[in-house]
Design a protein around this ligand. Structure first.
Ligand code: KG4
Ligand code: ZN
Length: 334
């Protein structure tokens, strides 16, 4: 019998739906919310409202473009957490009602596990055990992945996420939200060692990114006092230097984790894995240390429902369903 699962992602500011059939992703429909741009960050209340507006059209498109009738669905999967409570509620409530109406089971998915399982959508797939550096707007984690559903967080940030550091430092320079991809674009033209910013020195596999944010704040304030055109005259060099520092911080801990666990299968996941400097540095390290490096396709790096569908595929095989009394968990852990 065919196993067809509809998956829904609504944890932050992308409303997405995807259908997976017998382990193969058929589509990945994403509606991005542009409403947040003018506020310089995601406004939770507006995100929930936009999910309400986008969800049904996105689900309809996923079902109609899959060629599968809704009565042929075997289960409905949704992001249970972590994420914005109001945004999660929209996806969870919809998934419950739809599954209840169709009389099929529900599958609850952890968003951070799903980012990692995005590696199993296409070839080449990492071999177990591997280490995944998950870098997004809300998280920075080193995860030891023993099997599809057997993961352990071995390191994480004690304050800001690296995506947040990209976005906040970009904002300090007057760049629009989300600043990560824009900073990346300017960094390509700049000198990464033009300016020095501190690299945090946390014990073990713990990250910290709040220091660089403060360092950039003071650096800009002092230089703008001397020269009000400092940012526009040096934009590429400042972006390249910030990006260089953030990547160096990430790579220091990744190297440490690889050594500690004696693992050479290395993956990256989450929105920041779209960063061109990070991708290039991983290639360098793979040559230097003999690592096998895995980077997902761009559309599976940022938030999407295909990764939720992939995670649901593995949970379905183990009959890991949840009850209809399930509720979202904003701070859900791996
Ligand atoms: O995984 P994601 O789409 O959403 C969360 O779950 O947070 O990650 C979004 C984050 C944002 O901070 C965004 O600025 C960052 O990923 N990002 C980038 C790049 N593309 C997206 N950061 C640096 N360079 C990029 N090219
Ligand atoms: Zn995410």
């Amino acid at each position: 019998m065919n196993v067809n699962i509809l998956a829904i992602e609504s944890s932050c500011d992308e409303t997405s739906a995807s259908i997976i059939s017998n382990g193969k992703i058929l589509n990945n429909i994403v509606a991005t919310q542009s409403v947040h741009e003018k506020y310089g960050g995601v406004v939770p209340e507006l995100a929930s409202r936009a999910h309400q507006q986008h969800l049904i059209p996105v689900v309809n498109e996923a079902i109609s473009s899959s060629g599968i009738n809704k009565n042929e669905l075997s289960a409905i999967a949704f992001t249970k957490g972590p994420g914005l409570m109001g945004s999660l509620m929209v996806g969870v409530s919809f998934a419950k009602s739809f599954a209840y109406a169709l009389g099929i089971p529900l599958i609850a998915i952890n968003h951070m596990e799903a980012h990692i399982l995005a590696h199993f959508i296409d070839e080449p797939k990492p071999n177990f055990p591997f280490i995944c550096l998950t870098v997004s707007g809300g998280h920075t984690q080193l995860v030891l992945v023993r099997d599809h559903l057997d993961m352990e967080v071995v390191g994480e940030t004690m304050d800001d996420a690296v995506g947040e550091a990209f976005d906040k430092t970009a904002k300090l320079m007057g760049l629009p939200y989300p600043g990560g991809p824009i900073l990346d674009k300017y960094a390509k033209e700049g000198n990464p060692t033009a300016f020095q910013f501190p690299i945090s020195d946390m014990p073990g596999l713990t990250f910290s990114f709040s220091g660089i944010k403060t360092a950039v704040l003071y650096f800009l304030r002092d230089n703008l006092k001397e020269n009000p055109k400092f940012v526009e005259e040096n934009l590429a060099d400042i972006c390249a230097s910030i990006q260089h520092t953030l990547i160096k911080t990430l790579m220091q801990k990744l190297k440490k984790a690889a050594k500690q666990y004696k693992i050479k299968e290395i993956a990256i996941a989450g929105g920041v894995s779209a960063n061109s400097g990070l991708r290039k540095e991983l290639e360098n390290l793979s040559n230097q240390y003999g690592w096998q490096v895995y980077i997902p396709k761009f559309e599976y790096c940022t938030d999407n429902a295909a990764m939720i569908a992939m995670a649901a595929h593995y949970k379905y095989q183990k009959s890991e369903f949840c009850g209809f009394d399930v509720s979202p968990e904003a701070r859900m852990k791996i």
